[in-house]
Design a protein around this ligand. Structure first.
Ligand code: C2E
Ligand code: MG
Ligand code: MG
Ligand code: MG
Length: 291
Protein backbone atom coordinates (compact mmCIF):
# COMPACT_ATOMS: atom_id res chain seq x y z
CA UNK A 1 0.00 0.00 0.00
CA UNK A 2 1.28 3.43 -0.94
CA UNK A 3 0.46 4.83 2.49
CA UNK A 4 2.59 2.22 4.19
CA UNK A 5 5.63 3.40 2.32
CA UNK A 6 5.53 6.45 4.50
CA UNK A 7 5.92 10.10 3.85
CA UNK A 8 9.66 10.21 4.41
CA UNK A 9 10.45 8.02 1.47
CA UNK A 10 8.48 10.38 -0.74
CA UNK A 11 6.97 7.91 -3.10
CA UNK A 12 3.54 7.45 -4.45
CA UNK A 13 1.93 4.53 -6.07
CA UNK A 14 -0.24 4.89 -9.12
CA UNK A 15 -2.56 1.94 -9.06
CA UNK A 16 -3.47 2.30 -12.72
CA UNK A 17 0.07 2.12 -14.00
CA UNK A 18 1.21 -0.32 -11.34
CA UNK A 19 4.31 1.75 -11.17
CA UNK A 20 6.17 3.18 -8.27
CA UNK A 21 7.59 6.59 -8.90
CA UNK A 22 10.14 7.36 -6.30
CA UNK A 23 12.41 10.19 -7.14
CA UNK A 24 11.37 13.54 -5.82
CA UNK A 25 12.12 15.29 -9.13
CA UNK A 26 10.21 12.71 -11.12
CA UNK A 27 7.23 13.20 -8.87
CA UNK A 28 7.50 16.95 -9.12
CA UNK A 29 7.43 16.66 -12.92
CA UNK A 30 4.43 14.35 -12.81
CA UNK A 31 2.62 16.78 -10.51
CA UNK A 32 3.46 19.71 -12.76
CA UNK A 33 2.13 17.82 -15.76
CA UNK A 34 -0.99 17.00 -13.78
CA UNK A 35 -1.56 20.71 -13.19
CA UNK A 36 -1.06 21.56 -16.86
CA UNK A 37 -3.26 18.66 -18.00
CA UNK A 38 -5.98 19.55 -15.48
CA UNK A 39 -5.95 16.12 -13.91
CA UNK A 40 -7.19 17.30 -10.53
CA UNK A 41 -10.74 17.09 -9.32
CA UNK A 42 -12.17 18.62 -6.17
CA UNK A 43 -14.50 16.24 -4.34
CA UNK A 44 -16.98 17.23 -1.66
CA UNK A 45 -17.77 15.23 1.47
CA UNK A 46 -21.07 16.19 3.16
CA UNK A 47 -21.12 17.37 6.77
CA UNK A 48 -24.14 17.11 9.06
CA UNK A 49 -25.56 18.83 12.11
CA UNK A 50 -26.34 16.74 15.17
CA UNK A 51 -30.02 16.83 14.15
CA UNK A 52 -29.03 14.90 11.03
CA UNK A 53 -29.42 17.64 8.45
CA UNK A 54 -26.79 18.31 5.83
CA UNK A 55 -25.18 21.68 6.51
CA UNK A 56 -21.87 21.91 4.69
CA UNK A 57 -19.05 20.01 2.97
CA UNK A 58 -15.30 19.56 3.07
CA UNK A 59 -13.44 19.98 -0.22
CA UNK A 60 -10.93 17.18 -0.82
CA UNK A 61 -8.63 17.08 -3.83
CA UNK A 62 -8.22 14.00 -6.03
CA UNK A 63 -5.64 13.35 -8.72
CA UNK A 64 -7.22 11.47 -11.60
CA UNK A 65 -4.47 10.77 -14.16
CA UNK A 66 -5.75 10.69 -17.75
CA UNK A 67 -4.45 7.10 -17.99
CA UNK A 68 -6.93 6.12 -15.30
CA UNK A 69 -6.87 5.38 -11.59
CA UNK A 70 -6.77 7.75 -8.68
CA UNK A 71 -3.97 9.06 -6.50
CA UNK A 72 -5.04 10.13 -3.04
CA UNK A 73 -3.95 13.45 -1.54
CA UNK A 74 -2.22 11.64 1.31
CA UNK A 75 0.44 10.58 -1.17
CA UNK A 76 0.88 13.68 -3.32
CA UNK A 77 0.12 16.63 -1.04
CA UNK A 78 3.35 16.11 0.97
CA UNK A 79 5.32 16.18 -2.30
CA UNK A 80 3.44 19.25 -3.47
CA UNK A 81 4.37 20.88 -0.17
CA UNK A 82 8.05 19.97 -0.47
CA UNK A 83 8.31 21.23 -4.03
CA UNK A 84 6.22 24.38 -3.60
CA UNK A 85 3.68 23.11 -6.12
CA UNK A 86 1.11 23.30 -3.34
CA UNK A 87 0.94 27.04 -4.05
CA UNK A 88 -0.64 26.76 -7.53
CA UNK A 89 -2.56 23.62 -6.52
CA UNK A 90 -3.92 25.35 -3.42
CA UNK A 91 -5.03 28.34 -5.49
CA UNK A 92 -6.79 26.03 -7.89
CA UNK A 93 -8.53 24.29 -4.98
CA UNK A 94 -9.77 27.54 -3.45
CA UNK A 95 -10.97 28.91 -6.77
CA UNK A 96 -12.79 25.70 -7.57
CA UNK A 97 -14.42 25.62 -4.12
CA UNK A 98 -15.63 29.20 -4.66
CA UNK A 99 -17.00 28.25 -8.07
CA UNK A 100 -18.89 25.37 -6.42
CA UNK A 101 -20.38 27.76 -3.87
CA UNK A 102 -21.59 30.07 -6.63
CA UNK A 103 -22.98 27.14 -8.57
CA UNK A 104 -24.78 25.83 -5.48
CA UNK A 105 -26.66 29.13 -5.20
CA UNK A 106 -28.79 27.76 -8.00
CA UNK A 107 -29.75 24.68 -5.98
CA UNK A 108 -32.05 24.10 -3.06
CA UNK A 109 -29.48 24.07 -0.29
CA UNK A 110 -29.14 24.94 3.38
CA UNK A 111 -29.38 28.70 3.90
CA UNK A 112 -25.95 28.91 5.53
CA UNK A 113 -24.31 26.21 3.43
CA UNK A 114 -20.53 26.43 3.56
CA UNK A 115 -17.49 24.67 2.14
CA UNK A 116 -14.36 23.93 4.18
CA UNK A 117 -11.08 24.15 2.28
CA UNK A 118 -7.82 22.61 3.51
CA UNK A 119 -4.91 25.04 3.58
CA UNK A 120 -1.41 23.61 3.88
CA UNK A 121 1.30 25.23 5.98
CA UNK A 122 3.48 26.17 3.02
CA UNK A 123 0.50 27.83 1.37
CA UNK A 124 -0.43 29.69 4.54
CA UNK A 125 3.16 30.85 5.05
CA UNK A 126 3.39 32.28 1.52
CA UNK A 127 3.76 36.08 1.61
CA UNK A 128 1.10 36.45 -1.05
CA UNK A 129 -1.40 34.13 0.67
CA UNK A 130 -3.83 36.82 1.78
CA UNK A 131 -3.64 38.71 -1.54
CA UNK A 132 -4.41 35.53 -3.42
CA UNK A 133 -7.33 34.66 -1.16
CA UNK A 134 -8.80 38.14 -1.65
CA UNK A 135 -8.25 38.02 -5.40
CA UNK A 136 -10.08 34.68 -5.67
CA UNK A 137 -12.95 35.87 -3.47
CA UNK A 138 -13.33 39.01 -5.56
CA UNK A 139 -13.01 37.19 -8.87
CA UNK A 140 -15.61 34.58 -8.03
CA UNK A 141 -17.90 36.93 -6.10
CA UNK A 142 -18.37 34.42 -3.33
CA UNK A 143 -19.60 35.49 0.12
CA UNK A 144 -16.64 34.71 2.46
CA UNK A 145 -19.22 33.86 5.14
CA UNK A 146 -19.77 30.61 3.26
CA UNK A 147 -16.09 29.69 3.28
CA UNK A 148 -14.17 27.93 6.03
CA UNK A 149 -10.44 27.26 6.12
CA UNK A 150 -9.11 24.10 7.76
CA UNK A 151 -5.65 24.76 9.18
CA UNK A 152 -3.38 22.50 11.16
CA UNK A 153 -1.30 23.77 14.00
CA UNK A 154 1.77 23.58 11.75
CA UNK A 155 0.36 26.61 9.90
CA UNK A 156 0.06 28.63 13.07
CA UNK A 157 3.18 27.98 15.14
CA UNK A 158 5.86 28.91 12.61
CA UNK A 159 5.21 32.63 12.97
CA UNK A 160 2.62 33.22 15.63
CA UNK A 161 2.39 37.00 15.22
CA UNK A 162 1.94 36.80 11.48
CA UNK A 163 -0.58 33.97 11.88
CA UNK A 164 -2.63 36.12 14.26
CA UNK A 165 -2.67 39.01 11.80
CA UNK A 166 -3.82 36.79 8.94
CA UNK A 167 -6.42 34.97 10.99
CA UNK A 168 -7.84 38.28 12.15
CA UNK A 169 -8.00 39.52 8.56
CA UNK A 170 -9.85 36.36 7.56
CA UNK A 171 -12.24 36.71 10.50
CA UNK A 172 -12.88 40.33 9.57
CA UNK A 173 -14.20 39.34 6.16
CA UNK A 174 -16.42 36.71 7.78
CA UNK A 175 -14.42 33.64 6.89
CA UNK A 176 -14.27 30.91 9.53
CA UNK A 177 -11.14 29.12 10.70
CA UNK A 178 -11.12 25.56 11.97
CA UNK A 179 -8.31 23.61 13.58
CA UNK A 180 -7.94 20.36 11.62
CA UNK A 181 -6.49 17.07 12.83
CA UNK A 182 -7.11 17.86 16.51
CA UNK A 183 -5.84 15.00 18.61
CA UNK A 184 -2.83 14.22 16.42
CA UNK A 185 0.73 15.40 16.80
CA UNK A 186 -0.12 18.40 14.67
CA UNK A 187 -2.33 20.07 17.20
CA UNK A 188 -2.18 21.03 20.81
CA UNK A 189 -4.02 23.08 23.36
CA UNK A 190 -1.68 26.00 22.81
CA UNK A 191 -3.21 26.98 19.48
CA UNK A 192 -6.71 26.67 20.75
CA UNK A 193 -5.97 29.36 23.29
CA UNK A 194 -4.04 31.73 21.05
CA UNK A 195 -6.00 32.12 17.86
CA UNK A 196 -9.48 33.14 16.75
CA UNK A 197 -10.71 29.67 15.81
CA UNK A 198 -14.39 29.03 15.21
CA UNK A 199 -14.23 25.25 15.33
CA UNK A 200 -12.23 22.29 16.49
CA UNK A 201 -12.10 19.32 14.17
CA UNK A 202 -11.53 16.02 15.95
CA UNK A 203 -9.25 13.74 13.97
CA UNK A 204 -10.42 10.37 12.78
CA UNK A 205 -7.77 8.66 14.92
CA UNK A 206 -9.63 9.89 18.02
CA UNK A 207 -12.99 8.76 16.71
CA UNK A 208 -12.12 5.27 15.50
CA UNK A 209 -12.75 2.56 18.05
CA UNK A 210 -14.16 5.08 20.51
CA UNK A 211 -17.02 2.76 21.43
CA UNK A 212 -14.58 0.34 23.00
CA UNK A 213 -11.79 2.55 24.33
CA UNK A 214 -12.41 4.28 27.62
CA UNK A 215 -9.34 6.47 27.29
CA UNK A 216 -10.44 7.78 23.90
CA UNK A 217 -13.87 8.52 25.28
CA UNK A 218 -12.27 10.56 28.05
CA UNK A 219 -10.09 12.55 25.64
CA UNK A 220 -12.94 13.28 23.26
CA UNK A 221 -15.24 14.23 26.09
CA UNK A 222 -12.65 16.66 27.45
CA UNK A 223 -11.93 18.13 24.01
CA UNK A 224 -15.63 18.73 23.35
CA UNK A 225 -16.13 20.32 26.77
CA UNK A 226 -13.10 22.55 26.29
CA UNK A 227 -14.23 23.69 22.84
CA UNK A 228 -17.66 24.50 24.18
CA UNK A 229 -16.25 26.44 27.11
CA UNK A 230 -14.21 28.51 24.66
CA UNK A 231 -17.15 29.22 22.38
CA UNK A 232 -15.95 27.01 19.57
CA UNK A 233 -18.07 24.55 17.68
CA UNK A 234 -16.93 20.97 17.16
CA UNK A 235 -16.77 18.63 14.19
CA UNK A 236 -16.00 14.93 14.30
CA UNK A 237 -14.25 13.54 11.23
CA UNK A 238 -14.22 9.93 10.10
CA UNK A 239 -17.41 8.81 11.80
CA UNK A 240 -18.22 5.33 10.56
CA UNK A 241 -20.65 3.86 13.08
CA UNK A 242 -23.91 4.67 14.77
CA UNK A 243 -22.27 3.99 18.12
CA UNK A 244 -19.71 6.74 17.54
CA UNK A 245 -22.41 9.22 16.61
CA UNK A 246 -24.53 8.37 19.64
CA UNK A 247 -21.60 8.91 21.97
CA UNK A 248 -20.57 12.14 20.25
CA UNK A 249 -24.10 13.55 20.32
CA UNK A 250 -24.39 12.73 24.00
CA UNK A 251 -21.16 14.65 24.63
CA UNK A 252 -22.33 17.66 22.66
CA UNK A 253 -20.48 17.41 19.34
CA UNK A 254 -22.03 19.82 16.83
CA UNK A 255 -21.16 18.39 13.43
CA UNK A 256 -20.32 15.10 11.77
CA UNK A 257 -18.50 13.92 8.70
CA UNK A 258 -17.67 10.38 7.71
CA UNK A 259 -18.34 7.28 5.69
CA UNK A 260 -21.33 6.51 7.94
CA UNK A 261 -23.10 9.35 6.10
CA UNK A 262 -21.29 9.69 2.80
CA UNK A 263 -17.92 9.47 1.12
CA UNK A 264 -16.25 12.36 -0.68
CA UNK A 265 -17.82 12.63 -4.16
CA UNK A 266 -17.46 14.61 -7.38
CA UNK A 267 -19.42 17.86 -7.57
CA UNK A 268 -22.10 16.54 -9.88
CA UNK A 269 -22.80 13.64 -7.58
CA UNK A 270 -22.86 16.02 -4.65
CA UNK A 271 -25.57 18.17 -6.22
CA UNK A 272 -27.67 15.04 -6.74
CA UNK A 273 -26.97 13.96 -3.16
CA UNK A 274 -28.01 17.41 -1.95
CA UNK A 275 -31.29 17.28 -3.85
CA UNK A 276 -32.04 13.87 -2.39
CA UNK A 277 -30.93 14.54 1.19
CA UNK A 278 -31.78 18.13 1.78
CA UNK A 279 -35.49 18.56 2.04
CA UNK A 280 -36.04 21.42 4.47
CA UNK A 281 -35.56 24.71 2.68
CA UNK A 282 -33.95 27.68 4.43
CA UNK A 283 -32.83 26.18 7.67
CA UNK A 284 -32.54 29.03 10.22
CA UNK A 285 -29.05 30.50 10.10
CA UNK A 286 -28.44 29.84 13.78
CA UNK A 287 -28.73 26.11 13.22
CA UNK A 288 -25.54 26.13 11.18
CA UNK A 289 -23.78 26.89 14.38
CA UNK A 290 -20.38 28.48 14.04
CA UNK A 291 -18.98 31.55 15.68
P1 C2E B 1 -8.10 15.79 6.28
O1 C2E B 1 -8.23 17.23 5.96
O2 C2E B 1 -8.03 15.41 7.71
O3 C2E B 1 -9.35 15.11 5.56
C1 C2E B 1 -10.09 14.04 6.06
C2 C2E B 1 -9.71 12.74 5.40
O4 C2E B 1 -10.45 11.68 6.01
C3 C2E B 1 -10.05 12.66 3.91
O5 C2E B 1 -9.04 11.87 3.28
C4 C2E B 1 -11.39 11.92 3.92
O6 C2E B 1 -11.67 11.26 2.70
C5 C2E B 1 -11.15 10.94 5.03
N1 C2E B 1 -12.38 10.45 5.63
C6 C2E B 1 -13.52 11.13 5.87
N2 C2E B 1 -14.42 10.35 6.50
C7 C2E B 1 -13.84 9.14 6.66
C8 C2E B 1 -14.27 7.90 7.26
O7 C2E B 1 -15.38 7.77 7.78
N3 C2E B 1 -13.39 6.86 7.25
C9 C2E B 1 -12.15 6.98 6.70
N4 C2E B 1 -11.35 5.90 6.73
N5 C2E B 1 -11.70 8.13 6.14
C10 C2E B 1 -12.55 9.20 6.13
P2 C2E B 1 -8.38 12.29 1.91
O8 C2E B 1 -9.42 12.91 1.01
O9 C2E B 1 -7.61 11.13 1.41
O10 C2E B 1 -7.39 13.47 2.33
C11 C2E B 1 -6.29 13.20 3.14
C12 C2E B 1 -5.61 14.47 3.57
O11 C2E B 1 -5.04 15.16 2.45
C13 C2E B 1 -6.56 15.49 4.20
O12 C2E B 1 -6.81 15.16 5.54
C14 C2E B 1 -5.79 16.76 4.02
O13 C2E B 1 -4.81 16.90 5.01
C15 C2E B 1 -5.10 16.53 2.69
N6 C2E B 1 -5.89 17.19 1.62
C16 C2E B 1 -6.95 16.75 0.93
N7 C2E B 1 -7.39 17.66 0.04
C17 C2E B 1 -6.58 18.74 0.18
C18 C2E B 1 -6.51 20.02 -0.45
O14 C2E B 1 -7.31 20.40 -1.31
N8 C2E B 1 -5.49 20.87 -0.03
C19 C2E B 1 -4.63 20.52 0.96
N9 C2E B 1 -3.67 21.39 1.31
N10 C2E B 1 -4.66 19.32 1.57
C20 C2E B 1 -5.63 18.45 1.19
MG1 MG C 1 -9.41 18.65 6.53
MG1 MG D 1 -9.01 16.38 9.35
MG1 MG E 1 -6.42 14.55 8.76
Amino acid sequence: EAKDLGRNRCCFYNESRQALVNSQTEMAHALKRAIDNQEFSLYLQPQFLNNGSLCSAEALIRWLPHEGGMISPGSFIPIAENTGLIIPIGEWVLERACQYLKELDRYRRPFMFSIAVNISARQFMDDKFMDKVMAIINRTGVDPGHLRFELTETCLVQDIDRAKVILNQLCDIGLKIELDDFGTGYSSLNSVNNFPLSALKLDRSLISGIEKKKSKKAIVKAALAMAKAMGMSTIAEGVETKGQIEFLIKEGCDMFQGFYYARPMPFKEFTAYLSKNYLQANLPAENAKTR
